[in-house]
Design a protein around this ligand. Structure first.
Ligand code: GDP
Length: 442
């Protein structure tokens, strides 16, 4: 997603940076390109018009013309305006009020409502809440069963409607059910149609009245482009939605929906769905999305992903050992384990900007098999050998290779990597003691 848009923006920015002095004429030329790029990405034309005129106004003003690096300055403006367009800052769910708090999910059929209900339940459960799923889609035959199965996978209770029970009766009963299950949050999956439909809206309005939901979240499929915006406008008019969840952002949608929904409806995008798996729901961060679109990479998301995998305390412990120069093969093994937990670095590197050294990193694959072998080799050493690798002579190497089912060459390789790592770390610690400590503490 956004690849084309990003490429187009990069071209415009290269042009701007290449101009020593910016004039009204070359800014206009650059903005014409921006406009085309956005329209091609399926961004709503009204949104494009406003967006470009805001940038134009700022770009030909003082702030750019008197700047030493006018090209950079325009990029900064585009970045800031894009963040504004996407909603400034992440908007968390509002789950205040007496228990159970209700989140009503609405949207067209196939938008991803049922899947998103389960994803949201998982997210809230991870946050320490006790959600309960409520299937109020009585028209699509498999919908109730689908939600029940997903609830089982997520490990949260799911209300079981009786035969022929109406949506109104289901949600009333679910309120009592939540109490009996000690749930503090109801997530209600509602019916969808292929198009906006009077009867459906009436039904949703009745459910809203019964439940007084804290949140009415519209689930929209990002792949539907311009249509997503029309759908959002219609639902908002009828139900006063409190937020939007954009699904299928992992697909090859051109991104227009993500860029227009907020501006057209004034409703915040609260989450984005980025895959079919149940943990593929992310909080929407306008600033990160803007950076990603402009090819600046989404460094914060990448860091968060890495932090999830890396045990911070462990990292600090290792760093301390390096400072004290007591880094042993046992610590090296701990580090390899962390690396293994990171899994494929690809996912993280994809989020980073594709420049210079990072591009090279991106081509580097961590070979899982090699990591596992290295661990086995270190496991086959005696405690003493791990602490004092210099005692590992030829016959010890042969024994270690036999014990780990590897070869002497591989044992040598692990020892060499360990030495290299130790040397490199010593240098780092030696040259940047204070800044290094700070970096490790972050
Ligand atoms: P509903 O009719 O609105 O309840 O839609 P479903 O929850 O049944 O979803 C329709 C299809 O979209 C299913 O195949 C889901 O797996 C898929 N889906 C939902 N969210 C996402 C997403 O974020 N990414 C992708 N790739 N597929 C999704």
């Amino acid at each position: 997603m956004f690849e084309n848009l990003t490429a187009r923006f990069e071209k415009v920015f290269r042009f701007l940076k290449g101009q020593g002095k910016l004039t009204e004429a070359n800014i206009k030329e650059a903005l014409r390109e921006v406009r085309l790029a956005l329209l091609e990405a399926d961004v709503n034309y009204r949104v494009v018009k406003d967006f470009v005129s805001r940038i134009q106004e700022r770009a030909v003003g003082q702030e750019v013309m008197s700047s030493l690096t006018p090209g950079q300055q325009v990029i900064k403006i585009v970045h800031e305006e894009l963040i504004k367009l996407l909603g400034e800052k992440a908007e968390p769910l509002s789950l205040k009020g007496p228990s159970p708090v209700t989140v009503l999910l609405v949207g067209l059929q196939g938008s991803g409502k049922t899947t998103t209900a389960a994803k949201l339940a998982l997210k809230l459960k991870k946050d320490g809440r006790h959600p309960c799923l409520v299937p109020a889609d009585v028209y699509r035959p498999a919908a109730i069963e689908q939600l029940r199965v997903l609830a089982g996978q997520v490990g949260v209770p799911c209300y079981e409607p009786g035969q022929g029970e109406s949506p109104e009766s289901i949600v009333k009963a679910a309120l009592n059910y939540a109490g009996s299950q000690r749930c503090d949050t109801l997530i209600v999956d509602t019916a969808g149609r292929l198009h906006i439909d009077r009867d459906l809206m009436e039904e949703l309005r009745r459910l809203k009245q019964i439940l007084s939901p804290e949140e009415i979240l519209l689930v929209v499929d990002a792949m539907t482009g311009q249509d997503a915006v029309n759908v959002a406008e219609a639902f908002h008019k009828e139900l006063s939605i409190t937020g939007v969840i954009l699904t299928k952002l992992d697909g090859d949608a051109r991104g227009g929906a993500a860029l227009s929904v907020r501006a057209v409806t004034g409703c915040p995008i609260k989450f984005v769905g980025v895959g079919e798996k149940l943990d593929a729901l992310e909080i929407f961060h306008p600033d990160r999305m803007s950076s990603r679109i402009l090819g600046m990479g989404d460094i914060l998301s990448a860091i968060e992903k890495a932090q999830e995998a890396i045990d911070q305390e462990e990292a600090e412990r290792l760093f301390k050992k390096l400072q004290e120069d007591s880094f042993t093969l046992e610590d090296f093994r701990d580090q390899l384990r962390q690396l293994r937990r990171l899994g494929s670095l690809d996912q993280i590197l994809k989020l980073l900007p594709g420049t210079g050294m990072l591009k090279e990193l991106r081509n580097m694959h961590v070979d899982m098999k090699e990591l596992i072998h290295a661990e086995a080799i270190i496991n086959s050493m005696t405690k003493e050998e791990r602490r004092k690798p210099e005692i590992i002579n030829a016959s010890r190497k042969r024994r270690i290779a036999r014990g780990s089912g590897t070869s002497v060459q591989e044992v040598n390789r692990v020892l060499r990597s360990f030495e290299q790592m130790r040397k490199m770390m010593r240098q780092m610690v030696g040259t940047g003691r204070s800044s290094g400590t700070k970096a490790a503490k972050k």
